[in-house]
Design a protein around this ligand. Structure first.
Ligand code: FPP
Length: 252
């Protein structure tokens, strides 16, 4: 889509056309990664159960995914479930998994319509067979889409990812006789779940926490970080645009 057309579409969508006009469309981040946080607090403020916050968070996911595709971003990565999240109460974990499954079922056509390729990053082999088959279906059906690459980080941990990469790298080196001195940064990057993708230019975290929480540890070495007090269920495309506008003001 030509830039002017994208601009018009986003301006129509957005509640803040002035903000849209302030974006430099020639300098968009290629990869935006988001730590979605604050679902529990959102629910608590409304005297609801925590899972209601996760349910409401799905609306934010929908809006941000569609906006990212329309903007022409190359990659969007959302942190949906960490390796530590298994410690949460059983009912919360099962609701999160059910929400993911439902999201994929209901959104598959929208992903296809928007030319979005869907991919999961994380230790997916530890997920239940029904979730895995839903994820597999989503990945297969969108495999030939050429627009936004949408990564969902699921049962993801940055240290776990690096550990998995090192294990495979060492096994391959033992097989093919690769010497330690031949292993460079690009070799390690090529063993990560995100192999072949640009590193995030912009990392967003909602709900005001100033932590990385074991997210994309290798890949965010040079990312700009943008933290907002907005809780994830309230996050919408205008916040994404604010983050991009702010990112563009920084000297890189
Ligand atoms: C953090 O809030 C959020 C999560 C652990 C889960 C995010 C998941 C979703 C929005 C739903 C499924 C996602 C997709 C991509 C379909 P928290 O519970 O830690 O909030 P708190 O810190 O306020 O307690």
């Amino acid at each position: 889509m030509p830039l002017q057309e994208i601009l018009d579409v986003v301006a129509q969508d957005s509640e803040e056309p002035a903000l849209v006009r302030s974006i430099d469309w020639t300098r968009l981040p290629r990869h935006v990664a988001i730590i979605m946080d604050g679902n529990g607090r959102w629910a608590k403020q409304r005297h609801k159960r925590r899972v209601e916050g996760h349910r409401a968070g799905i609306h934010a996911v929908r809006d941000v995914v569609e906006a990212s595709a329309r903007l022409g971003l190359e990659v969007l990565t959302l942190y949906a479930f960490s390796v530590e999240n298994w410690k949460r109460p059983k009912t919360e974990v099962s609701t999160l998994m059910a929400l993911l499954k439902r999201y994929l079922r209901l959104e598959l056509n929208t992903l296809l319509k928007n030319n979005i390729r869907f991919q999961v990053i994380g230790r997916t082999e530890e997920l239940s067979p029904d979730i895995r088959s839903e994820l597999q279906r989503g990945m297969e059906r969108t495999a030939s889409c050429t627009g936004l690459l949408f990564n969902i980080a699921l049962n993801y941990g940055g240290r776990a990812e690096i550990t998995d990469a090192v294990r495979r790298l060492v096994a391959d080196a033992q097989r093919n006789g690769r010497q330690p001195a031949e292993i460079g940064e690009e070799t390690i990057a090529s063993y990560l779940y995100t192999a072949g993708q640009p590193d995030p230019d912009l990392l967003i975290r909602t709900s005001g926490e100033l932590r990385i929480s074991n997210f994309l540890l290798w890949q965010i070495a040079y990312s700009e970080i943008w933290v907002t007090e907005v809780l994830w269920p309230d996050f919408r495309r205008r916040h994404l645009l604010q983050a991009i506008a702010d990112y563009q003001k920084r000297e890189r």
